[in-house]
Design a protein around this ligand. Sequence first.
Ligand code: SF4
Length: 188
Amino acid sequence: MSTQETRDRCRYVPFITLSLTEPKPCIWITLSGCNFHCKGCFSSARDTVGELINVDELINWVQNSSRTYNNTAPLEEAIITGGEPTLDKDFLLDLVKKLKTRVAVKQITLSTNGYLLNGNYVKELKGAGLDEVKLDIKAYTNSIHQWYTGMSNRPVLEAARYLWGSKLDFRVETVLMPGIVDVEETSG
Ligand code: SF4
């Protein structure tokens, strides 16, 4: 991508959250908009809300807030979350790369529903400097997943396979919903 194309690529960002409490200084970057329609979603970032900004502007936000509140100490961790952060691959790759090179964040974690993560995408994220993926698997049984999110879980389970092969750190999280996603389902 050319520098101009990178500059033109924007996403809606409703807020960033800086935490300086123990165990380490970290920042949550929320990118709004999502490809799932989870029935129990309580995220205010599911819809495209916030300010439409490009990666450089977002990095400036991160640097300014970090300098203001965290003095010159480096940020230990950045968690990129949503909404769904993977919707725009080029934006996400650029963000990960610049968090690593311009902000010198030690650990970058991506929190995702995994639907768009294929083998190449995972490889490119790793190459850009991503350290860890937190993958949400809403349900192991496809019919439940489909009913709950509006989407098939097959690409999500495939994403888990790619992540396993990538040697990136990754963990799987799910939701316990009594009567819908029970213990048997979460231990699938
Ligand atoms: S994947 Fe997350 S943000 Fe998207 S609808 Fe589901 S709970 Fe909400």
